[in-house]
Structure formats: structure tokens, C-alpha cells
Design a protein around this ligand. Structure first.
Ligand SMILES: [Zn+2]
Length: 93
């Protein structure tokens, strides 16, 4: 399994946990709070992964995706790793 399909599996697993936990704890008094905490923890985890996963060749974060918008260079973050580095084209498989 390559890196990209591993990430898909992680995302799907996360989504299932999110749904199960959401429907399981929503009825509790602090259920929505737990969902928010879970969401924040996931966000922190994603941010860590986004900064730690770097291209082996040019050291750019692989989730950072440069885009052209109205002539400006904008950077957006993607959830899935691309197949090759957006910066130097190095394969990340
Ligand atoms: Zn690169």
C-alpha cells in the first residue's frame, strides 16, 4: 500500500470514529463538548503531520500546495498527500 492509500484509510477510519463517537456521546450532557475536543485534537494532529511530512529532496511540506489565483501565488493545504512533490516534482510514493 502506498502512502496515498494509507492516508485514505486513515481518513476513512477517522470519519467512522467521528460518526460513531458523535452519535454515541451526543446525548450526554457534555457530548457536544467531547466532539469538539475530538475535532480539535484531530486538527492538532493534522497540523503536526502537515509540518512534519516533508519532501525528502527539497524539504518543503508535502501537503502545502501552491496555487495561482488572480496572478498571485497562494498556498493551500491539502488533506491527502500528492503523488509527487508540488515543489520539485520528486515522487513521494
Ligand atoms: Zn520536493
Amino acid at each position: 500500500m502506498d502512502r496515498r492509500s494509507k492516508h485514505k484509510v486513515i481518513l476513512i477510519a477517522w470519519f467512522i470514529v467521528f460518526l460513531l463517537m458523535g452519535s454515541g456521546v451526543w446525548g450526554f450532557q457534555a457530548g457536544h463538548l467531547m466532539v469538539i475536543v475530538f475535532f480539535m485534537a484531530s486538527l492538532v494532529f493534522y497540523l503536526l503531520a502537515a509540518f512534519l511530512m516533508r519532501c525528502p529532496k527539497c524539504r518543503m511540506p508535502v501537503l502545502l500546495r501552491p496555487r495561482k489565483f488572480l496572478g498571485m501565488e497562494l498556498f493551500t493545504w491539502s488533506i491527502l498527500t500528492p503523488e509527487r512533490c508540488r515543489h520539485c516534482g520528486e515522487s513521494l510514493g
